[in-house]
Design a protein around this ligand. Structure first.
Ligand code: HEC
Ligand code: HEC
Length: 186
């Protein structure tokens, strides 16, 4: 797995069937499984719902059918807009030729807001949008709540997965995640 490869969702699912099957190919099973175990433990202690499998929903089906014909989903993955912003974006894409029935627009916009809604401003936001969306979408990150320590373990696991996160960006991203996606108040 090179840093530039763009694994599909299928790949993400199958590669974790027996956890670390892919890591085995890379020859660093032990480090990987320790890190992943630590991550999962941290996640369950924090009570995060990070392990829920998202159900395919109508908005997602509409997006997959209408928004991946001229370009792939990359411009959506790297955007963080509110409802008004996605409303304008979808309108503009329809004007360019995207085929979305007007009845389907609200479900699509709702889904886009859920998938790629606004993110807090600050250093680290661009890194998150550009680097952390290459293998999975941002919902995986958004539903996670963690301490800085927990986030560091996750980032370590992602680096181990091959995330092309430059060393200089790691502390910036870590701070951004810890500040904006810290442990949920109980
Ligand atoms: C008919 C071709 C076409 C379809 C279908 C299409 N797009 Fe686009 N999209 C473009 C083009 C061309 C650009 C870049 C130029 C531009 O922004 O106008 C773009 C750019 C974008 C961008 C980057 C921001 C921007 O405005 O440049 C986003 C976000 C986006 N599209 C979302 C969507 C969504 C959501 C859908 C599904 C409703 C969609 N696109 C379907 C042609 C299309
Ligand atoms: C090279 C591919 C890749 C990149 C890039 C990547 N991830 Fe991941 N990520 C994964 C895989 C694989 C999983 C595990 C999927 C599963 O368990 O179903 C995962 C899962 C996660 C999870 C869920 C918690 C967990 O441990 O399962 C979080 C949170 C996460 N990634 C955050 C990030 C962040 C933040 C970045 C940006 C630095 C990032 N990811 C970039 C591959 C990647």
């Amino acid at each position: 797995m090179t840093a530039n490869a763009r694994p599909s969702l299928d790949w993400l699912q199958t590669s974790f069937g027996p956890a670390g099957a892919k890591a085995a190919q890379k020859g660093n099973v032990r480090h990987f499984s320790l890190t992943l175990a630590a991550t999962l433990v941290t996640a369950s202690i924090a009570g995060a719902a990070g392990q829920d499998v998202p159900k395919p929903e109508r908005g997602e089906q509409i997006m997959n059918a209408a928004c991946a014909t001229c370009h792939d989903l990359r411009p959506i993955d790297t955007a963080a807009l509110d409802e008004a912003g996605w409303g304008r974006e979808v309108k503009s894409m329809i004007e360019q030729g995207a085929e979305v029935k007007s009845d389907d627009v609200p479900a699509l916009v709702d889904f886009l807001v859920k998938r790629n809604g606004p993110l807090p401003e600050g250093p680290g936001k661009d890194v998150l949008l550009n680097i952390c969306t290459r293998c999975h979408d941002l919902q995986r990150v958004r539903r996670e709540r963690n301490t800085a320590e927990g986030w560091l373990e996750i980032l370590d696991a992602m680096l181990n997965e091959g995330a092309p996160l430059p060393e200089k960006d790691l502390p910036v991203l870590l701070r951004y995640l810890a500040r904006n996606f810290g442990p949920a108040p109980h």
